[in-house]
Design a protein around this ligand. Structure first.
Ligand code: D61
Ligand code: MG
Length: 713
């Protein structure tokens, strides 16, 4: 993979977002990548974060035998204020000097990747110059697998539900220098608050000092290996690696490359936002079934999230739809070509009638699911129904389950309090997905309400899916619900606070869909199993679709009192200090500012495009490719239409007939879902939000409008 220069001047939060950690199987095989941030989030859906690779350097002064410690800066996001070994960090994907080791590198002890990463970080954190240490001089000793919630280090109070933690397979690296003077120490203030060379005796004294904090991994490594011990039963003395540095560095006596030593953290580092408890005591048995660095259903959720129930958001008013003129539509030759292709050359066909599907599922329940899918999203229905039969129903149910969850999220009046809504969201995976009789009456509108009311039919089909698919669906449902719950109490009248919050929301409601889909693709064996590990790229696929919708739906969302445009962006352009300013620009100047703001957001979204293309390039099954690529292409077209287009501020920007026609063919092949006789009510009555995929603007020329498309004509 081509490397991108790593920027050591970034802020801590940029590192969190941009550093791409190496996601691991419990056997230390590379299975994917994750942003540093996503990997370190502890939540009910991933109570121990995401397992990734790390290294821990212990640097000794040969002459005095002292070890260099660092105190992590108070501004660090994870484990601030703790004393720890010389340097601990992560090898990353995509570095100019490769940092990714494979099994062979571990077997022969070379682990050049981890060592390269160590050199990079010793320079960045401590200011040690590149020529002062040599990659060859590191001694790789062993690996340990541990996790720890960051419950202790955030200030005075124990953060029982800390959202952060570590979950790593850590490569322990020793290095010696002839004397302290051999290395320059210029600690980076964002990383390190203090450094200290200590003897063994001094360190033991510090360990006893209750006013000092230590990183859990440093304590584990030191007590287990670095400092010698006496066996309590035999009284036998065991040498520690620090006791005879010469032997440690020059022989392989202490090296163990075949074992991954597993440790649960000390009691005080259990818990965290996902309420994680003892786990690795079970050794290799315990880690069986890990997927993409996460233990599926490995949650210890207490399910009780208490919310402030005061805020209710307003129902939205109807906003105008901007359509394109006929002439301008005809000028989109590419779209016309797509339409012709789909109409006359190769219409998407539904695979729902396949014998495999008929035999596996209750036909009446499946028919309900298929019908309701067509009602709630024509566009996704079209791309889902052309999937191969071994994947189709899994994705269909995945869609309906999340649509049902989203209906709960989006109903602004059904629940007596936010607290009740949060409860309902967080329970969904163990009510709707477990109890075959579960229903919810009167929530949402139209076909979505029906989906919830007749949910047992969905459950019946869900229950007949392979266990692996159910696990993915249930896991993503819980994680999405947890994310939605986090936002229930937020006042979004003026949008999200900043880009981080905007990204976070999009991750929960769409990025996770991407992850779930990749896992379903992989488990169907239509795609390579490694796709399931492409957490980052999968996430970006969802973000791109969701951001496009959010940009397009500016006015609807604003009128609705639930907007997502980030303040850190739009406040740069709004003299009035209100998001609604763009809808009623007082001057020419103000109008221009609005367009600049819009362009800023479109540009932000477009930054995701390369990752989306990278994701698409990994697909090898034509139908899966089509399923993924069509919504992306529609999103690009939507962004194209929105760029520098003042219509975004006065209504909904829509596609023309060409795109819609292309989907009408897909409808014609899907028996039983032509238009609507039951019909959705016009979606305007009470706080229902309506957003389809970007492809939702592909609609049939006849029948009722797509759920996403309030029609002005
Ligand atoms: C490949 C192909 C399709 C992909 C993908 C990768 C990655 C992510 C996604 C689709 C998801 C994109 C969501 C974009 C549309 N946004 C919404 O519908 C918002 O709700 C989000 C929560 C429910 C997500 C449901 C969903 C959507 C598409 C799927 C799927 C599940 C499962 C399988 C396949 C596609 C939007 O909804 C409001 C409303 O319309 O009521 C919102 O609340 O913003
Ligand atoms: Mg929603």
């Amino acid at each position: 993979m081509a490397g991108v220069p790593w920027d050591p001047t970034q802020s801590q939060s940029d590192f969190m977002l941009r550093d791409t950690c190496i996601v691991l199987s419990p056997d230390d095989d590379v299975v994917g990548s994750s942003s540093k941030k996503a990997a370190h989030v502890f939540s009910p859906g991933q109570p121990r974060g995401v397992l990734h690779r790390a290294f821990s350097v212990f640097l000794f002064d040969e002459s005095s035998g002292e070890l260099l410690l660092q105190k992590r800066a108070a501004s660090k996001i994870t484990f601030p204020n703790v004393w720890t070994n010389t340097c601990c960090s992560h090898p990353l994907h995509g570095m100019e000097v490769d940092e990714v080791d494979g099994p062979e590198d571990v077997k022969d002890g070379s682990v050049k990747g981890a060592k390269n990463a160590a050199i990079r970080k010793l320079g960045h954190e401590l200011g040690i110059e590149a020529d002062e240490l040599k990659v060859e001089d590191f001694k790789f000793l062993t690996r340990l697998h541990y996790w720890a919630a960051d419950t202790v280090t955030h200030g005075e109070k124990r953060m029982m539900n800390s959202p952060w933690g570590e979950h790593e397979i850590d490569y322990v690296l020793f290095m010696t220098v002839p004397s302290k003077e051999s290395v320059t120490l210029k600690p980076h203030p964002d990383e390190v608050d203090d450094v200290m060379w200590v003897s063994q005796a001094k360190l033991l004294e510090m360990f006893d000092d209750k006013t000092l904090l230590f990183s859990p991994w440093f304590r584990i490594i030191t007590n287990r290996w670095v400092i010698g011990s006496t066996d309590s039963e035999s009284g036998e003395k065991k040498a520690g690696w620090w006791d005879d540095l010469d032997r440690t560095m020059k022989t392989d006596d202490f090296c163990d490359y075949g074992t991954i030593h597993r440790f649960d953290p000390p009691e005080e580092h259990m818990g965290g936002a996902g309420d994680a408890g003892e786990w690795l005591v079970g050794g290799d048995e315990a880690v069986k079934g890990m997927e993409n660095g996460v233990m599926p259903n490995g949650n210890n959720v207490n399910g009780e999230v208490v919310g402030d129930s005061t805020k209710k958001q307003g129902a939205y008013g109807k906003v105008k739809t901007h359509k394109e003129s006929k002439l301008s539509q005809i000028l989109h030759l590419d779209e016309v070509w797509s339409a012709i292709t789909l109409l006359y050359i190769s219409p998407l066909e539904s695979n729902l009638e396949s014998p495999l599907i008929r035999e596996t599922f209750n036909p009446l329940d499946l028919k309900f699911c298929d019908d309701i899918l067509c009602k709630v999203s024509r566009s996704f229905a079209a791309v889902i129904r052309q999937l191969p039969s071994q994947l189709l129903v899994d994705v269909l149910i995945f869609y309906l389950v999340l649509r049902a969850l989203d209906t709960i999220e989006d109903d602004m009046t059904y629940f007596p309090s936010n607290e009740e809504k949060v409860k309902s969201l967080l329970a969904f995976h163990k009510t709707a997905l477990v109890d075959p009789t579960w229903t919810m009456m009167g929530c949402g509108e139209g076909d979505e309400r029906r989906l919830l009311e007749e949910f047992p039919k969905c459950h019946s089909v869900y229950a007949a899916l392979p266990e692996g698919s159910r696990r993915v669906i249930s896991d993503i449902t819980l994680r999405m619900a947890t994310g939605m719950a986090e936002f229930v109490d937020k006042d979004l009248g003026q949008g999200t606070v900043d880009v981080a919050q905007y990204n976070r929301y999009c991750h929960f409601v769409a990025g996770l869909v991407g992850e779930g889909l990749s896992r379903l693709f992989a488990s169907s064996e239509l795609e390579r199993s490694a796709l399931a590990g492409e957490l980052h790229l999968s996430d970006q696929m969802g973000l791109f679709l969701q951001k496009t919708n959010i940009i397009r739906d500016y006015l609807e969302d604003y009128v609705d009192g639930r907007a997502f445009w980030p303040q850190s962006i739009w406040k740069k352009y709004s003299a009035g200090g209100d998001l609604g300013y763009f809808a009623n620009p007082a001057t020419e100047e103000a109008k221009k500012a609005g367009l600049c703001c819009l362009n800023d957001l479109v540009t932000d979204a477009l930054e995701l495009a390369p990752d989306c293309l990278a994701y698409l390039s990994k697909l090898r099954c034509a139908e899966v490719f089509r399923f993924c690529a069509i919504p992306q292409v529609m999103a690009i077209a939507t962004l194209d239409r929105c760029y520098h287009n003042a219509d975004v501020f006065t209504g909904v920007v829509k596609y023309g007939r060409a795109c819609r026609a292309s989907s009408s063919t897909t409808q014609s092949t899907c028996g039983g879902c032509t238009g609507s006789s039951t019909g959705s009510p016009p979606a305007s009555s009470r706080g229902r939000r309506r957003r389809g995929g970007p492809a939702s603007t592909i609609r049939p020329t006849t029948g009722q409008p797509e759920r996403a498309a309030p029609s002005s004509s």
